[in-house]
Design a protein around this ligand. Structure first.
Ligand code: ZN
Length: 496
C-alpha cells in the first residue's frame, strides 16, 4: 500500500489530556503527517475512523512468552515460590509448545492494544536456535515487534540462593543438589548460533540476551553474556532486585556490593541494558543505572501478585533512568494487558512510602512511560503520534461504555480503559487487528491447540510437579527468613 489517510479520527494528545480531531497520513510504515481534518491528499486510500480514538501502540517493557501456556498456574506464590514451581509450569515443552506459548502471549498483547514487547523466553536446559526461531515466527505471524532475549542461567535457583540446598531436608536436598543448569559455554554457543542464523530483523523482531537474575549466573557467564551482546549489538535485560530475598542473597554473595553493582562490575550495565522490576534498588543503584544510560521496566502487577513490593519509579525518573512499564509473563501477572499495567503503575505510585503528592504518576506521564518509555528499552524510537514515527497505532471505540462520555482522554485511558474498547491495531502501517479480530492467525484453532497442549503437559509434568509441591514450603521458609533478616539490617542502617 502506498499512502493511507486515516480520516475522522480523534488523536490522543496526552499532555493536553485531550483528543482533537486530526487526519493521519501513513506512508512506508510511518506517520508521514498529522493533518487538519479534511485536508486533501492526492493518491491516498482513505480509512474512515469515525468514533475512534487513535493512540500510540502500547509497548510492553517486560514479559515472558513461555508464560502463555502457564497462565493461572499459581495462587499464593511469592517470587521464590514461583521459581520453585518453575520446573513444572514451564517444563516438558516441545518446539510446537514454545511457538504456541509465544503466539498466545503475542495475541493477547495485540488484542489489548500492545504493538511491541521485550520478551524473555525460557527454554530448558538451554536456548536453542530452533526454539528462538519458532518464537520469532510466532511474533511475526501475529505481527508484533519484539526483542526476543533468551532468559539464561548457568546456576539453578537452588544453587543461586545462599543456604537453600543446605536448608532442605532429605531426600529433597539430594535431588535439589543434583539439579544442574547447562554449562555456560553451551548456553552462549546456542545464543551465538541463533544470532548468526537470525532472519527476523526486517520484521522488527530482534534477538537479545537476558541473564535472568544476577545470582543465577557465575561471573564468567555474566561476562560471556555481555561479550556476546556486544558482538551482535543485542539489548540486554535482567531481573534485578525484584524481591527482598534476592537482595539478601546479593548481600551474602557479593561482599558488600549490591546486585546491580555486581552486574556493573561484570560490564553488563550500559545503554543496552535494562533492569526488570528493580523494586529493591537503592538510590545509589538508581544513580549508577542513570550514569550508565540504562533503563528500568516497572512491572507493578507482577510485583503485587508476587508480594515483591513497589518499585521506586519516581526516584528512578529523578535520577535520570529511562523508565518503561511492563506486564511480566503470564505465569506471574497473569494477563498481558498494558492498560491494566498503566492503571496499576499509577495506583501503586500513590502508595510510595514518604511520597509527596507531586511524586505520584499522573495519567499523561503514565501513558508516556508505557509508550515512548518502554519503546526506548527495546531500542525503538516510537510511542508518539508525530511525523516520522512508526505507524504503530491503536484504535479505540469511542462508542464503547468505557468512553461514554469522553471527559478527559488521558485520564480515561489510564483509569477507565481495560483493553475492551480496542477495535483495530496497525503496526508499521499494516493492519494486524480489524474489528477485534487478529488477521494473522486462526484464534479458534489457537485456543484448541492451547487446551490440548496444557492437558498433555499436565501429564508430562505430573511427577516433577509433585516434587515441587513437596519442596515449596521449605523454599518459602528459607527465602522468607533470608528476606526478613535483610529487611531488619536495612532498618537498623536507616535508624543509625
Ligand atoms: Zn520477569
Amino acid at each position: 500500500m502506498s499512502k493511507l489517510l486515516v480520516v475522522n479520527a480523534r488523536v490522543l494528545a496526552p499532555d493536553a489530556h485531550s483528543a482533537p480531531h486530526a487526519d493521519l497520513l501513513v506512508e512506508k510504515g510511518r506517520i508521514a503527517a498529522v493533518l487538519p481534518p479534511g485536508t486533501a491528499v492526492a493518491d491516498a486510500q482513505t480509512h474512515d475512523a469515525a468514533h475512534r480514538l487513535v493512540i500510540p501502540g502500547l509497548v510492553n517493557g517486560h514479559t515472558h512468552g513461555h508464560g502463555g501456556l502457564a497462565k493461572g498456574s499459581g495462587d499464593k506464590w511469592d517470587l521464590a515460590l514461583l521459581l520453585a514451581h518453575a520446573p513444572w509450569i514451564s517444563g516438558g515443552r516441545t518446539l510446537e509448545d514454545k511457538r504456541l506459548s509465544t503466539a498466545l502471549t503475542a495475541v493477547e498483547m495485540l488484542k489489548k492494544g500492545c504493538t511491541a514487547a521485550f520478551d524473555l523466553p525460557f527454554e530448558f536446559p538451554a536456548p536453542t536456535v530452533e526454539g528462538l526461531d519458532a518464537m520469532a515466527e510466532a511474533y511475526a505471524a501475529v505481527g508484533l515487534r519484539a526483542v526476543v532475549a533468551p532468559m539464561v542461567a548457568d546456576l539453578t535457583f537452588f544453587q543461586a540462593t545462599p543456604g537453600l540446598i543446605e536448608a532442605l531436608p532429605e531426600p529433597h536436598r539430594s535431588r535439589a543438589a543434583a539439579m544442574k543448569a547447562a554449562e555456560a559455554g553451551t548456553i552462549l554457543d546456542a545464543i551465538e548460533a541463533a544470532a548468526k542464523a537470525w532472519r527476523h530483523d526486517a520484521k522488527g523482531i530482534t534477538l537479545g540476551c537476558a541473564p535472568t537474575i544476577p545470582l543465577h549466573g557465575t561471573d564468567e557467564f555474566l561476562k560471556g553474556c555481555r561479550a556476546l551482546a556486544e558482538k551482535f549489538g543485542m539489548k540486554m535485560q535482567t531481573h534485578v532486585g525484584e524481591s527482598r530475598y534476592q537482595s539478601a542473597g546479593g548481600a551474602v554473595r557479593y561482599g558488600g556490593a549490591t546486585l546491580l553493582e555486581h552486574m556493573d562490575r561484570m560490564g553488563v550495565v550500559g545503554p543496552w541494558f535494562s533492569v526488570a522490576h528493580g523494586v529493591w534498588l537503592t538510590q545509589s543503584d538508581l544513580d549508577l543505572l542513570a550514569r550508565r544510560g540504562g533503563g528500568l521496566s516497572h512491572n507493578p502487577g507482577a510485583n503485587m501478585r508476587l508480594a515483591s513490593g513497589i518499585a521506586p519509579v519516581r526516584a528512578a525518573i529523578r535520577a535520570g533512568v529511562t523508565v518503561g512499564i511492563g506486564t511480566d509473563g503470564s505465569s506471574s501477572s497473569d494477563n498481558q494487558n498494558m492498560f491494566e499495567a498503566m492503571r496499576l503503575a499509577a495506583f501503586a505510585s500513590r502508595l510510595w512510602e514518604d511520597a509527596e503528592d507531586d511524586d505520584w504518576l499522573g495519567t499523561a506521564e503514565t501513558v508516556r512511560l508505557a509508550t515512548a518509555g518502554s519503546a526506548k528499552l527495546l531500542g525503538l524510537d516510537a510511542g508518539t503520534i508525530e511525523p516520522g514515527k512508526p505507524a504503530d497505532l491503536v484504535f479505540l471505540d469511542l462508542q464503547h461504555v468505557n468512553w461514554a462520555p469522553l471527559n478527559d482522554a488521558a485520564n480515561q485511558l489510564v483509569w477507565t480503559e481495560d483493553g475492551s474498547a480496542v477495535r483495530e491495531v496497525m503496526i508499521a502501517g499494516d493492519w494486524k487487528l480489524r474489528e477485534g479480530k487478529v488477521l494473522g492467525l486462526d484464534e479458534a484453532k489457537l485456543a484448541r491447540d492451547a487446551q490440548n497442549a496444557a492437558d498433555r503437559l499436565r501429564g508430562v509434568n505430573a511427577e516433577v510437579r509433585a516434587w515441587c509441591e513437596a519442596v515449596a514450603p521449605h523454599v518459602a521458609c528459607h527465602c522468607r527468613a533470608l528476606a526478613k533478616g535483610w529487611t531488619r539490617s536495612r532498618r537498623l542502617l536507616k535508624a543509625e
